[in-house]
Design a protein around this ligand. Structure first.
Ligand code: NAP
Ligand code: COA
Length: 268
C-alpha cells in the first residue's frame, strides 16, 4: 500500500491572515480538514451545510483552537439559503476571499437502479450547488474584489465510472464550470481551480465506495493531503494558476492496469 498520508501542512502559519474563507460541507470529512487547515493559516472561516448540530460542533472545535468560525445552516440546492450564507458572512466579516465548494452527495448504484430523482439529486447538489454558491459569492463580493475559488470534484472526467454515472456527470460538469469561470473572471482577479481527490482514508466517500468495490491497489491519501493542495491553490504561491484541476490520488487514476501486480516476478 502506498501511504502518502500528510498529517500537517508545510506552509508557514499566517499565509492567509486577514482572509475570509467559506467551505461548504465544512463540518465533516475532507471539508472539515480544509476548513481547519485554512483557519490554522490565519483565515477566518465560514462553514455551511444542512445539519446544524454537526456545524455547531465543528465550529466549537475550531474556536477552541483559536480559529474564528461562523456556521450557517443551508442546503446548497436552495439559492435563497445560499444567499443568506453570503449575507451572514458579510455581516460578520465584511469580506469573502476564498470559496471552497466541497459539499456533495454520493451513493453507489447502477444506471438500472438510479431513479430520475436519484440522478437529479446528485446533479442538484454537486453541480448546481457549486454554481449557486459560486454565483452568490461572485455577485456579493468577488466580482469587485477578486478572490480564489476551489471546487472539490473527483478524477472522473475522462473515464467511464461504474456505479457512479450520476456523480461522474455532475463532477465533470463542475470541472467544466471551473474552466468557464476561470476564463470569464480572470480579468476580475478571480482564480478558479479544482482539486480531484482519489481515495481518501477515513471519509464518508471511501466508506461508501468500500461497500461496493475493492479500492484498487490500496492507494489512499489523507484528508490533509487534499487540504494542503487546497491551501496551495488559494495561496499566493498559486497566483498565476487558474482553470486547473489537480488530482490528489497518488497516480491511481492514470494506472492503466488497475489491478495488483507482482513486482517480484519481474524484478526477480
Ligand atoms: P462527507 O463528509 O459526507 O462530506 C459531504 C459534506 O457535504 C457534508 O459535510 C454534508 O453536510 C455536505 N452536504 C451534502 N449535501 C449537502 C447539501 N445539499 N447542502 C449543503 N451541504 C451538503 O464526504 P467526504 O468524503 O468528506 O467528501 C467531501 C468532498 O470530497 C465531496 O465533494 C466529495 O465528492 C469529494 N471526494 C471525496 C472522495 C473521498 O475519498 N472521500 C473522493 C473523491 C471526491 P450535511 O450533511 O450537514 O449537509
Ligand atoms: N441507490 C439508489 N438510489 C438512491 C440511493 C441509493 N443508494 N440513495 C438515494 N437514492 C435516491 C433516492 O431513492 C431518491 O430517489 P427516489 O425518490 O426516486 O427513490 C433520491 O436518491 C433522493 O434521495 P433522498 O434521500 O431524498 O435525498 P437527500 O437529498 O435527502 O440526500 C443523498 C442526498 C442521497 C446524496 C444522501 O446520501 C446524502 O445526504 N449524502 C451526503 C453525504 C455523502 O453523500 N457523502 C459522500 C460524499 S462523496
Amino acid at each position: 500500500m502506498m501511504a502518502t498520508g500528510s498529517e500537517h501542512s508545510i506552509f508557514t502559519n499566517m499565509i492567509l491572515k486577514g482572509k475570509v474563507a467559506l467551505v461548504t460541507g465544512g463540518g465533516t470529512g475532507i471539508g472539515k480538514q480544509i476548513a481547519h487547515t485554512l483557519g490554522s493559516h490565519g483565515a477566518r472561516i465560514v462553514i455551511a451545510s444542512r445539519k446544524e448540530e454537526v456545524l455547531r460542533d465543528a465550529c466549537a472545535e475550531f474556536s477552541a483552537q483559536d480559529i474564528n468560525c461562523l456556521y450557517v445552516v443551508a442546503d446548497v440546492r436552495d439559492p435563497e439559503a445560499v444567499e443568506r450564507v453570503i449575507e451572514q458572512t458579510m455581516e460578520r466579516y465584511s469580506r469573502l476571499d476564498i470559496v471552497i465548494n466541497n459539499a456533495a452527495g454520493n451513493f453507489f448504484a447502477t444506471l438500472d437502479d438510479i431513479s430520475y430523482k436519484g440522478f437529479k439529486t446528485i446533479v442538484d447538489i454537486d453541480l448546481l450547488g457549486t454554481y449557486n454558491v459560486t454565483k452568490a459569492a461572485y455577485t456579493a463580493y468577488l466580482k469587485d474584489h477578486g478572490g480564489a475559488i476551489v471546487n472539490i470534484t473527483a478524477p472522473f472526467e475522462n473515464w467511464g465510472v461504474t456505479f457512479q454515472a450520476h456523480v461522474a456527470a455532475a463532477k465533470t460538469g463542475v470541472n467544466s464550470l471551473t474552466r468557464s469561470c476561470a476564463v470569464e473572471w480572470a480579468r476580475k482577479g478571480i482564480r478558479v481551480n479544482c482539486v480531484a481527490p482519489g481515495h481518501i482514508e477515513e471519509t464518508e466517500g471511501v466508506n461508501r465506495i468500500e461497500k461496493v468495490a475493492n479500492t484498487g491497489r490500496g492507494l489512499k491519501g489523507s484528508k490533509q493531503d487534499v487540504a494542503n493542495t487546497v491551501l496551495f491553490l488559494v495561496s499566493d504561491a498559486a497566483a498565476f494558476i487558474s482553470g486547473e484541476c489537480i488530482r490528489v490520488d497518488g497516480s491511481a487514476c492514470i494506472d492503466m492496469l488497475k489491478v495488483p501486480v507482482d513486482f517480484d516476478a519481474i524484478e526477480g
